[in-house]
Design a protein around this ligand. Structure first.
Ligand SMILES: [Zn+2]
Ligand SMILES: [Zn+2]
Length: 250
């Protein structure tokens, strides 16, 4: 059951349309802000109901606010998703054909990479086999910055990963396009790029780094949840959920 759509819901939606993706803390703060601005009753545990109300109105437009996890820190995010176009063509209003080809090539590299990352060198080299108008080195570097700014890719020390927004929006497309290569997390069952892999050759399950951290937390000896072999990887620390910044001043 979903309630009536009011001004507070509309304000929340307008913000999501402007910024595309927010983390859970930001979503909670925005929910509160929208309710307070429009004098609507606010419950700190009512965010999902609030979003369901918006989603019921978005459904006929093939839009939806969808939740997903960041592969970097395990935090939950909310993204406004276009359900009618979950593939790369939805980027075609913002990018030229050869720019989209580079995005596809980058995605290819990321999907097949064991660590879920593509280096800037590998991406630059991939332009050699472009079938559309070839991008120069400087154009490629500029374009990669744009992909990061537009929240399709994330970059750390010259290595590129698919952004949380991209994974949430394009999961159906990625699952269809890369059926045989795509990795799925054994714990949360979502697609996984940055993950650890069981080294038992008859097992080989994958687990997201943040899911590894949560699953093995407090266990004396980490063992694979599927085959019970010793889990040989370094167990990352579970990241604390970020608290909203205090507004008080000294
Ligand atoms: Zn997972
Ligand atoms: Zn295993």
């Amino acid at each position: 059951m979903s309630g009536q759509m009011g001004d507070s819901h509309r304000r929340f939606l307008q913000t999501m349309m402007a910024i595309g993706i927010v983390d859970e803390q930001e979503a909670k703060a925005l929910h509160r802000h929208c309710c307070e601005t429009h004098n609507t009753p606010y419950g700190s545990d009512a965010l999902d109901d609030f979003i369901n109300t918006i989603n019921s109105k978005l459904q006929p437009l093939f839009m939806q606010i969808t939740k997903g996890m960041s592969e970097d820190n395990g935090q939950q995010y909310y993204a406004l998703v276009n359900m009618a176009e979950t593939d790369i063509t939805r980027m075609s209003s913002d990018y030229a054909d050869n720019e989209l080809e580079l995005f596809r090539k980058t995605m290819d590299l990321i999907v097949v990479a064991e660590n879920g990352k593509a280096s800037s060198t590998d991406i630059l080299n991939s332009t050699d086999s472009m079938t559309t108008k070839k991008l120069k080195k400087s154009e490629t570097e500029h374009l990669l910055n744009r992909f990061v700014q537009d929240k399709w890719l994330s970059e750390k020390r010259g290595e590129y990963t698919l952004s949380t927004r991209c994974i949430i929006e394009m999961e159906p497309y990625i699952r269809t396009m890369y059926q045989d290569q795509v990795k799925v997390c054994h714990i949360c069952h979502n697609i996984a790029f940055q993950c650890q892999i069981c080294e038992n050759p008859t097992c080989g399950i994958k687990i997201h780094n943040p899911c590894v951290a949560k699953y093995f937390k407090g266990r004396a000896e980490p063992r694979c949840p599927a085959c019970d072999d010793f889990w040989p990887h370094e167990i990352p620390e579970a990241t604390e959920v970020r608290r909203p910044r205090s507004r008080s001043r000294r």
